[in-house]
Write a protein that binds this ligand. Structure first.
Ligand SMILES: Cc1cc2nc3c(=O)[nH]c(=O)nc-3n(C[C@H](O)[C@H](O)[C@H](O)COP(=O)(O)O)c2cc1C
Length: 319
């Protein structure tokens, strides 16, 4: 059985497993399935307008009576409205990302919510604790989606962050098996957040074309790009090649930034991940995609993670 930790206690969940909030991929169906299976399901508000967010929250409340959270990326201008709506609808756990942990933590606490924040260095993790968050998620360079520029891997982030923070610490980036969960706990984490692995479940709303492409992906098929604008780890395709070619031109940094923003345009992520345009869409996914070639239900996945965790634990208990 995957160990209970300070995180499971704080969030009132069975397993120290958080399903990362993910644009276009993590709606009510995925979040509720993860919560029903004993983890913490998270609705990714980053790709939702207020109306859609409301629908997903109400639907998740119908599908599960277990705790679930809403992820609010703070780079979007509508973050405050999303927070106010989610509070009104009774959400009690928030995971903020892509911005300052100071921005909404006090406000969320004054509304009796638990707050986690995603960051990518040990020092920033310490700042999250100082800002008053209840748990901190440290996300390594391996991770899918938007990422820090610092290139610290999960392996080094966990123990160095553990030294600096006393609140529950959650490891993210490159975690896709029970063995990796055990390793994260051994290094000092109180739990894990997984994104890529949950994209590859029946309940995720990723398009089947995207899922099929992830199945075929090898360990070298993703790259962290757009480091001069908004760093993001992408699965290689035609769109990625256009980004890569632009990044290696001789343009000045500001001209490159402008050109990248123009190339990115709007709707690329939706096109790729939700609508399945494998050529011109943006396909966000982590390095661990190289290991994943099945598409279980969330319950089957959690059962498998438990088996792997326990088998690995037993292996190291002997002698
Ligand atoms: C398709 C995709 C979309 C993501 N979107 C978001 C997001 O909207 N907000 C956020 O905080 N993190 C986002 N992430 C990061 C995940 O929440 C999680 O931290 C990350 O995937 C963990 O690394 P892994 O992919 O190696 O498991 C996204 C990741 C993926 C793969």
């Amino acid at each position: 059985m995957i160990t209970a930790t300070a995180l499971t206690k704080l969030l009132n969940i069975k397993f120290p497993i958080i399903q990362g909030g993910m644009v276009w991929v993590s709606g009510a169906k995925l979040a509720a399935a993860v919560s029903n299976a004993g983890g913490l399901g998270v609705i990714g508000a980053g790709s939702m307008n207020l109306e859609l967010l409301k629908l997903h929250i109400l639907k998740a409340q119908q599908l599960t009576s277990k705790p679930f959270a809403v992820n609010i990326p703070l780079i979007y201008s509508g973050a405050q409205d999303q927070i106010e709506l989610a509070i009104k609808l009774g959400i009690k756990i928030f995971i903020t990302s892509a911005g300052s942990p100071k921005k909404f933590t006090d406000y969320l606490h004054s509304n009796h919510a638990i707050v986690g924040h995603v960051t990518s260095t040990p020092l920033m993790a310490q700042k999250c604790e100082t800002a008053g968050v209840d748990f901190v998620i440290v996300e390594g360079h391996e991770a899918g989606g938007h990422n820090g520029r610092d290139e610290l891997t999960t392996m080094v982030l966990i123990p160095q962050s553990r030294k600096l923070v006393s609140i529950p610490l959650v490891a993210a980036g490159g975690i896709g098996s029970g063995e990796a969960i055990l390793a994260s706990l051994a290094l000092g984490a109180d739990g894990v957040q997984m994104g890529t692995r949950f994209v590859m479940t029946k309940e995720s709303s990723a398009h089947q074309n995207f899922k099929d492409k992830i199945k075929m992906a090898g360990p070298l098929d993703t790259t962290l790009c757009m480091k001069e604008t908004i760093p993001v780890r992408l699965l290689h395709n035609h769109f990625y090649e256009q980004v890569r070619d632009l990044e290696t031109t001789n343009l000045s940094t500001s001209d490159k930034q402008q050109a990248l923003i123009k190339l990115l345009g709007s709707g690329r992520a939706k096109k790729g991940m939700l609508e399945g345009d494998l050529k011109d869409g943006e396909l966000e996914i982590g390095q661990i995609s190289g290991l994943i070639n099945d598409l279980p239900t969330v319950q089957q996945l959690i059962d498998q993670l438990e088996i792997e965790f326990e088998a690995c634990r037993q292996k190291f208990l002997v002698s």
